[in-house]
Design a protein around this ligand. Structure first.
Ligand SMILES: NC(=O)c1ccc[n+]([C@@H]2O[C@H](COP(=O)([O-])OP(=O)(O)OC[C@H]3O[C@@H](n4cnc5c(N)ncnc54)[C@H](O)[C@@H]3O)[C@@H](O)[C@H]2O)c1
Length: 350
């Protein structure tokens, strides 16, 4: 079996490479280190690529930009793939507003390039598409909420388990990032419906883990732990720090994708996050980090929230659990924080 992983030096891509390599499968990883271009030196993923090259004997790296249509088509002409895991992206709201063309070219057009190359040259491959909860825009902010001491929560029994896949995507503010990702998400669904490709779409909550090259604009928990360990400043933007996110470890993401790859249901969309059990507010994540590491960042409050930011979001993952009952989350929130802090200290990135 031969797999293509795009964004292979990123959080999800690198977790996928290690996992598939560990199964003895041939993995081609595609990444052009654009994260460094997006976020500067702290977003540089060279260290991840080097580690994969040193530790994964079945892995080969290709330095290719997914915006390079001819380059992508050429790769698919040369190699046949059984699984394509598409995790390359411009991942930040705020950056998208500053670089709208790059954002759309990577997230929407880059996805189209891969889908079309796959259709032409590896039509039997399973295509795993990483999407985001930002396709729902700020719609979840309209759900009635209740304010608790350290977090917001839904005050509507319909969302007791979180946001389901049927939540509307219209009539809301998405951010340019949300729009480019929604375009990619719909394209991926369409290649299943229109062309019969075996595509699965996975709308991530907060995907995290120690492999993230976390920066202020993306990779919230990793970045928070990083600043805590260094005693550096961390700015909370609005919502009193009570905004809630559901954290899922990258290994649990790959577990779900692998279940789908072995038994694909073409065109299905799944919300994939930590769910209610791994949902916590920013303030709660700071407190948990302090409890587990003895360190906390120097918190700075800004009254202005990020445009379109969710006040409370956690994923309803019951559809995924029903379709793939063998899948389960292995990592709780405390474990994620402990592992991330341990790795950051070990690698002296903090
Ligand atoms: N991390 C999260 O919290 C989160 C949440 C929801 C959805 N997602 C989605 O999951 C996927 C993976 O996210 P991640 O956290 O691993 O991101 P990441 O930034 O860690 O990794 C993405 C990788 O893609 C590479 N890349 C970017 N542009 C490229 C291009 N034009 N050509 C080739 N490579 C390019 C980057 O260099 C980087 O290594 C993305 O689609 C993202 O939108 C992530």
């Amino acid at each position: 079996m031969h797999l293509l992983v795009t964004g292979s030096s990123g959080l999800i891509g690198s977790e996928a490479v290690s996992f598939f390599d560990g199964l003895g499968l041939r993995v081609t990883g595609l990444d052009n280190n654009m994260r460094a271009d997006f976020f500067g030196p702290q977003g540089d993923t060279t260290w991840v690529r080097q580690r994969l090259e040193a530790t994964c004997p079945h892995f080969a790296h290709v330095d290719l930009d997914i915006r390079d249509r001819e380059g992508v088509l050429d790769l698919f002409r040369r190699e046949r793939f059984d699984v394509v895991l598409h995790a390359a992206a411009q991942p930040s709201h705020d950056l998208a507003a500053r670089r709208p063309f790059d954002d759309f070219d990577v997230n929407a057009v880059g996805t189209l390039n891969l889908l079309e190359a796959c259709r032409r040259h590896s039509p039997d491959a399973v295509f795993l598409h990483l999407s985001t909860n930002k396709v729902y825009g700020d719609g979840p902010n309209r759900i009635r909420l209740r304010e608790l001491e350290t977090r917001w929560d839904y005050d509507d029994p319909e969302f007791e388990h979180g946001i389901p896949e049927g939540f509307p995507i219209d009539d809301c503010l998405h951010s340019l990032f949300g729009v480019s990702k929604t375009a990619g998400d719909l394209l991926a669904q369409e290649y299943a419906r229109y062309f019969g490709l075996k595509v699965g779409v996975f709308r991530g909550g907060c995907l995290t883990g120690s492999r993230h090259s976390g920066v202020e604009l993306h990779g919230f928990l990793n970045y928070l732990i990083h600043t805590a360990l260094r005693g550096a400043s961390y700015t909370i933007y609005g919502y009193k720090g009570k905004q809630v996110r559901d954290q899922i470890h990258s290994a649990d993401v790959i577990g779900a994708l692998w279940e789908f790859a072995q038994n694909p249901r073409a065109g299905e969309v799944y919300n994939l996050g930590g769910g209610k059990a791994n949902a916590a507010s920013l303030l709660e994540c700071v407190a948990m980090t302090e409890k587990l590491t003895g360190r906390r960042p120097n918190l700075v409050y800004s009254d202005t929230n990020r445009i379109g930011d969710h006040i409370c979001y956690y994923s309803d993952t019951r559809k995924l659990e029903a379709h793939y009952p063998r899948w389960r989350r292995r990592y709780g929130l405390e474990q994620i924080i402990e592992e991330t802090a341990h790795t950051l200290r070990l690698e002296q990135r903090a």
